[in-house]
Design a protein. Sequence first.
Length: 81
Amino acid sequence: MQLIDPTHPAYRNVRVRALIVAVCLGWAGVEFFGGDPFWGVLSGAAGIYAFYMLFWTFKPQPPAEEKTESAEPVADGKDPE
């Protein structure tokens, strides 16, 4: 089961990917130092999984090309005849 879709366009920027991993691992540290190791382990596992999906196995997708031609001509108020 895949929880993070690395092909989503939101993950193209490396800063976004790094921020997600840093927040998860940082929150794990907060939980450990706060005395709640259960939530620290869960947050740490989420951070490790995010690192694995967003850095280790990440293959950047080229931007999708937009179509420049359409099937219908541009309507300018006149008949195409």
